[in-house]
Write a protein that binds this ligand. Structure first.
Ligand SMILES: O=P(O)(O)OC[C@@H](O)[C@@H](O)c1c[nH]c2ccccc12
Length: 253
């Protein structure tokens, strides 16, 4: 395990242990991705804030688990104006599944992000998606080879960071889509100032996504003012009526 994984919340430690044991795919995938930047540009043209809405049945920081149909959720998020979707495939702590992702991606035509804790190259081959998440903190020195391995398969890659050293590592590795996670995986606490603090260090040609903890229209505006090209929003869309919630948040400007 990488040195940089030290000091995470016990829930996150447990997520990593189960992730390390999960098998990969038998065959190398080859993806023809739906373009995330085109989806963001289309939303902007339409006057909508580019939002990646997340199908997340539960999480370590959520009470209870929804049994709503992921495809129905996905469609209502798109009806509400989501530019793209994120689907959790982590089964043990987020109630996600590979099948959820496959069903959602078949049912919609926007880009779909696979949200999981991918640690080994073979795990890239578990399922096709338009975008795949790689978390800098958990990959350490493996970030660059994993980024290349994912691109070789056709994936667009979202590299998640939470600190300045992780951001520097993501930029050095050649990431062109970077997500700044407002949630600290050591404490699971959210602080929107994380994006505000780190965004000035993100090069202009990188697509910047503000992740986690965005719940109000004011939060959306705050993240956009800090420089976010897009936002990744889960709980605030899942809690209540997903279509109305997405409509409110994508209509923040
Ligand atoms: O529900 P929120 O606070 O809007 O957060 C969404 C998303 O950012 C969060 O689910 C997330 C960010 N990075 C992750 C990595 C793995 C699992 C989940 C995540």
């Amino acid at each position: 395990m990488n040195e940089s994984t030290g000091e995470v919340a016990p829930e996150v430690q447990s997520i990593l242990e189960t992730a390390a044991d999960r098998p990969g795919g038998d065959e190398r995938v080859s993806v023809t991705p739906r373009s995330l930047s085109a989806a963001f540009a289309a939303a902007e043209r339409d006057g909508r804030v580019p939002v990646i809405a997340e199908v997340k049945p539960t999480s370590p920081t959520t009470d209870g688990e929804t049994d709503a149909d992921p495809v129905a959720l996905a469609k209502s998020m798109i009806d509400g104006g989501a530019a793209a979707l994120s689907v959790l495939t982590e089964p043990e702590h987020f109630g996600g599944s590979i099948e959820n992702l496959q069903r959602v991606r078949e049912a919609v035509d926007v880009p779909v992000l696979r949200k999981d804790f991918v640690l080994r190259e073979a795990q890239l081959d578990t399922v096709e998606s338009d975008v795949i998440l790689l978390i800098a903190r958990f990959l350490g020195d493996d970030l660059e080879p994993m980024l290349e391995a994912a691109r070789d398969r056709g994936f667009q890659v979202l590299v998640e960071v939470h600190t300045k050293p992780e951001l520097d590592a993501a930029i050095d590795a050649g990431a062109d889509i970077i997500g700044i996670n407002n949630r600290d995986l050591a404490k699971l606490a959210v602080d929107l100032a994380t994006v505000e603090r780190l965004a000035p260090n993100v090069p202009d040609d990188v697509t910047l996504i503000a992740e986690s903890g965005v719940s109000t229209v004011d939060d959306v505006r705050r993240m956009r003012e800090a420089g976010a090209n897009g936002l990744l929003i889960g709980s605030a869309i899942m809690d209540g009526d997903p279509q109305t919630n997405t409509q409110r948040l994508t209509g923040a400007e």
